[in-house]
Design a protein around this ligand. Structure first.
Ligand code: FAD
Ligand code: SF4
Length: 510
């Protein structure tokens, strides 16, 4: 009797562990587009289209490679199955199998469902570790468990030593692990921008786009902006495009903000890595080869490798180490409801409206927009942690809970009380003004703190410090800001708090 292998929509890699357990000639593979998976948050239409199209192309690739594939398309499953369990049970009525093989899923929600199959399904269940990361979950768990303060920078040094990436004779190339100091340039508006890569749309993608337009019409996203790789071949072309046209300046402008361009020198490949079209190892290798071939400087290559070998592995480890209750954390008691403009982008704050409109329409914002504009505003205004996290999970092309949650709840909102970050990423308008050119086109003045023309980030920043004064006074990286607040005249303090309170009361109009 054959075995059955279930592949999830973010497991589209031929090297996937579960696939290695199969006999091509006799075993079966199933993939299922499900109502529940596309509705657990209001996902961006572009993300649904990317995943469905990539799944359909992957099924085709598997068939061409000689596998027997059972494909459950959304049109046929939406009224029939409410979970993977339903779809698998249905497949079990079609054939007899000796074993169900899967690769471990990326999040608690699906993991619970898979674990229930051990007692709910009358066949042997094998759940293999996900082999598409540098480190296994067991290795990550040990690393976290052995440390009192498990910071990313320490993990990154450990990861460099373990993998040997960018290392020579056990020492970091260039004599340092981190070249961040070279990577904090503000945007220079006269910098020539890299070309855009256009991805061809075939019949499969066209059909998926029509389906998503029909079935998800009230979800965010503009399908006419769909320009994503849906096959491994296209994803490899996207990687090559990044290496040739963007990597050399990736480091320099990694933190920059531009009013005219939303992607700058960022790679735009997170979604491809997250769904399995690209592997993190080959992506880092491609960047390192560019350095070896003298096509990109070390600061850029190190900065890029750190994001993948460092941050990406670290947040996955933290997500599973911290446990399912991590998503309930709200250390700063942030409960203000999300203003309506999170779903329309209609705020007068230029930097925020630009970042949100791109997030909604294109399913993309780069890291600094996510962290220092939308995230920073949410932190300062004390926006409800769960609502903010759900928003991030919904809108971005690359959003999956294991990577979205630590980044949003931990990094942007400091809601885990400093498990991920040594200090909150809180900043006033000064930072945004320094790193880019949004403020020049804004109706607010980045230098003013109170009054109708004052940039809301400023009063909210000081009010945030004031609200959490006792907590931050003991944080060595925040104590200086607390002291600055304490040195202000009482009358100034009063005016700032009053102004910030009035802003929070009418956030919809800001
Ligand atoms: P680049 O800027 O070109 O970076 C290169 C690669 O490094 C990315 O493709 C990604 O694979 C990896 N990377 C960079 N930073 C991180 C990070 N902090 N954590 C994990 N991987 C990283 N990333 C996601 O993949 N999914 C998310 O849902 C997600 N949500 C985020 C929410 C917030 C509040 C913040 C601050 C960051 C979030 N990130 C998320 C991390 C990062 O912003 C995105 O990976 C990146 O912006 C994707 O664009 P890019 O491919 O052009 O990345
Ligand atoms: Fe953003 Fe304030 Fe600058 Fe306007 S003035 S763009 S709101 S930082």
């Amino acid at each position: 009797m054959p075995k059955l292998c279930l592949i999830l929509g973010d497991q589209l890699s031929l090297s996937l562990s579960a696939l290695q357990m199969l006999d091509k000639d006799s075993d079966h593979i199933m993939l299922a587009e499900l109502y529940t998976e596309s509705h657990y948050v209001k996902h961006n239409k572009l993300k649904i289209a990317l995943i469905f199209s990539a799944m359909r192309h992957f099924a085709q690739q598997l068939r061409e490679a000689g596998y027997h594939v059972e494909y459950y398309a959304y049109e046929n499953t939406k009224d029939q199955f409410s979970s993977f369990t339903d779809a698998v049970k249905h497949q079990l009525t079609q054939h007899s199998y000796t074993q169900l093989i899967c690769t471990e899923p990326g999040e608690y929600r699906v993991n619970k469902e898979m674990q229930s199959w051990h007692h709910d399904l009358a066949l042997d269940i094998l759940i293999e570790p996900d082999n598409r990361f540098f480190f296994s979950l067991t290795q990550m768990h040990s690393w976290f468990a052995e440390r009192k303060v498990p910071r990313m920078e320490h993990f990154y040094q450990f990861a460099r030593k373990q993998t040997g990436l960018l290392m020579e004779d056990n020492k970091p190339l260039g004599g340092r692990f981190n070249f961040d100091k070279e990577n904090r340039h503000a945007w220079q508006a006269n910098t020539p921008l890299p070309p855009t890569l256009e991805h061809q749309q075939d019949k499969i993608t066209q059909e998926v786009l029509n389906l998503v337009e029909q079935e998800f019409s009230d979800f965010p996203g503009k399908l006419e902006r769909f320009n994503f790789a849906v096959t491994r071949q296209q994803a490899l072309a996207a990687l090559a495009h990044f290496i040739s046209h963007k990597l050399p300046q990736f480091g320099q402008f990694q933190d920059a903000l531009s009013d005219k361009n939303n992607t700058l020198f960022h790679s735009l490949i997170a979604s491809y890595i997250n769904i399995g079209l690209l592997l993190p190892q080959e992506v880092c290798q491609a960047a390192i080869e560019a350095y070896q071939d003298e096509k990109a400087p070390l600061n850029a290559v190190e900065g890029f490798v750190r994001q993948i070998l460092g941050w990406r592995e670290y947040v996955r480890g933290l997500y599973w180490y911290a446990g399912e209750s991590y998503k309930e954390k709200n250390a700063l008691n942030a409960t203000t409801p999300l203003p309506s403009w999170f779903w329309t982008s209609k705020t007068q704050m230029r930097c925020v409206s630009q970042a949100i409109s791109h997030s909604l329409d294109d399913a993309y914002a780069h890291h600094i927009q996510r962290l220092m504009i939308i995230g920073n505003f949410s932190l300062l205004a004390g926006l409800d942690v769960k609502q903010v996290c759900d928003w991030y999970l919904a809108v971005y092309i690359d959003a999956f809970e294991w990577v979205e949650l630590p980044n949003t709840l931990g990094m942007a909102l400091y809601a885990d009380d400093g498990l991920l970050a040594s200090k909150p990423y809180a900043a006033s308008a000064n930072y945004i003004n320094k790193m880019g050119d949004h403020c020049a086109s804004c109706r607010y003045n980045p230098k003013l703190v109170t009054g109708a023309k004052a940039c809301p980030f400023n009063a909210l920043y000081w009010d945030f410090i004031q609200r959490h004064e006792s907590k931050f006074a003991h944080n060595p990286r925040m104590a200086l800001m607390v002291k600055q607040w304490q040195k202000k005249d009482v009358s100034d303090q009063k005016a700032i708090v009053q102004w910030a309170t009035s802003l929070i009361e009418k956030l919809d109009q800001v």
